[in-house]
Design a binder for this molecule. Structure first.
Ligand SMILES: [Mg+2]
Length: 387
């Protein structure tokens, strides 16, 4: 059993939107295909991977370092004991050979892309959806039949006023989402409060709102902003300050009385551990948003889940960033809280299987081997053009 080739290409996922920190007009992603010599249904098994939005395509790192490292490995060193399937953990160790600890940089994204493709191939070889494989091999054998998803939007956009913001949120509700998230921090406090109130005005009973500052605030403003929104009863207040500023996070946690969410820009087990140790996060009410497709992949994410368990956190506090099918599988197979979703943005990588619409804030997963990319036609069309 061996990998016969690995192809990768850079694709644009550009969009005119912006959050409090970046615009997405030049955003790119790496799309990657691992072809194996395992034959299923008369064809070689191919695993696909890509990086999540918010970080640029790590294609050169893949081409110069990580793909050669994997292709140069002895085929017997990348398979399980029985030789019946590839071993993502052994492959992770090979990818991380000759890499010093710390200073993670963009390599976390490159390894995340390869890791996704490996798990896709492994589940296809096993003949199971990835969520089923995860529940059987790493979980309690139980799969969540449907996964909670919320619509993340409310970006700043040239010419977008309060009415357009309300219309956008109404569209998400019409699509079947129950809860919605909007960006804050890219306007004055007064304007942001008006935007929040405009959205709250149109949300029906039973629907909730999250706000996301994308790491924009310093400590004083994070606290001032929190003081100003605390009576809105938001579902959460996301990424107020710099993701690595655990002091800010812990001071904010002392002051802000409701749920906080963060973690999408923490890209390693060590960073996640530091957040739990020093960030003052509350395991009863806060949310963790680590995104495996940006942070060394599912092998690292499994280690993060183990770490959380040691600190007494339930996997149900995790709701990954990114809105992609990889995290949706993890959510269904490993009992997470849910998954992010970006209706109509970051296409075709964002979104889920064609045949399942979101219903009352939940989405189902297709019963096909692998991550399920073949059930999302626009994405699969793009993946077929790699190589
Ligand atoms: Mg966010």
């Amino acid at each position: 059993m061996k990998i016969t080739k690995i192809d990768v290409k850079t694709v644009p996922i550009s969009s005119p939107i912006r959050n409090a920190y970046i615009d997405f007009s030049k955003m790119t992603a790496s799309a990657l295909a691992i072809t194996t010599d395992v034959i299923k249904d008369g064809k070689p098994v191919v695993g696909y991977g890509f990086n999540s939005n918010g970080r640029y395509a790590p294609t050169s790192l893949l081409n110069e370092r990580f793909i050669p490292r994997l292709l140069e490995a002895d085929p017997k060193d990348i398979v399980n004991e029985e030789g019946t399937n590839f071993d993502p953990h052994k492959i992770h160790a090979i990818l991380m050979s000759n890499e010093k600890p710390g200073g993670h940089g963009e390599r976390t994204v490159a390894v995340g892309v390869l890791d996704m493709a490996i798990w896709d191939a492994v589940a296809k070889i096993e003949g199971k959806p990835l969520y089923r494989l995860l529940a059987d091999d790493y979980g309690n054998g139980e799969v969540d039949e449907k996964v909670y998803v919320y619509a993340a939007g409310g970006y700043y956009y040239p010419g977008k006023g309060l009415t357009e913001l309300q219309d956008e949120m109404k569209r998400y509700l019409d699509l079947g989402y129950r809860d919605v998230k909007m960006k804050v921090g890219g306007a004055t406090l007064k304007e942001d409060l008006q935007r929040i109130e405009a959205v709250l005005d149109i949300l029906p009973k039973g629907s909730g709102l999250m706000v996301d500052a994308n790491g924009r605030f310093d400590l004083d403003y994070a606290i001032e902003f929190g003081d100003n929104i605390k009576d809105y009863e938001l579902i959460w207040y996301e990424e107020a300050g710099d993701p690595l500023d655990y002091y800010l996070q812990s001071e904010l946690s002392k002051r802000y009385p409701h749920a906080i969410a963060t973690g999408e820009n923490l890209f390693s087990l060590q960073d996640a551990t530091n957040l739990i140790r020093y960030g003052g996060m509350n395991r009863e009410k806060d949310f963790l948003q680590f995104d495996c497709a940006l942070s060394y992949g599912l092998v690292e994410y499994l280690r993060i889940l183990d770490m959380l368990k040691e600190f007494g956190w339930s996997s149900r506090r995790c709701i990954p960033h990114g809105g992609h099918q990889m995290s949706l599988n993890i959510a269904a197979g490993l009992a997470l809280h849910g998954n992010e979703s970006y209706p109509g943005v970051f296409e075709p990588f964002g979104g889920f299987a064609d045949q399942y619409a979101v219903e009352d804030g939940y989405v189902k997963l297709p019963d096909i081997p692998g991550i399920g990319f073949e059930a999302k036609s626009d994405l699969f069309e793009l993946l077929l053009t790699i190589g």
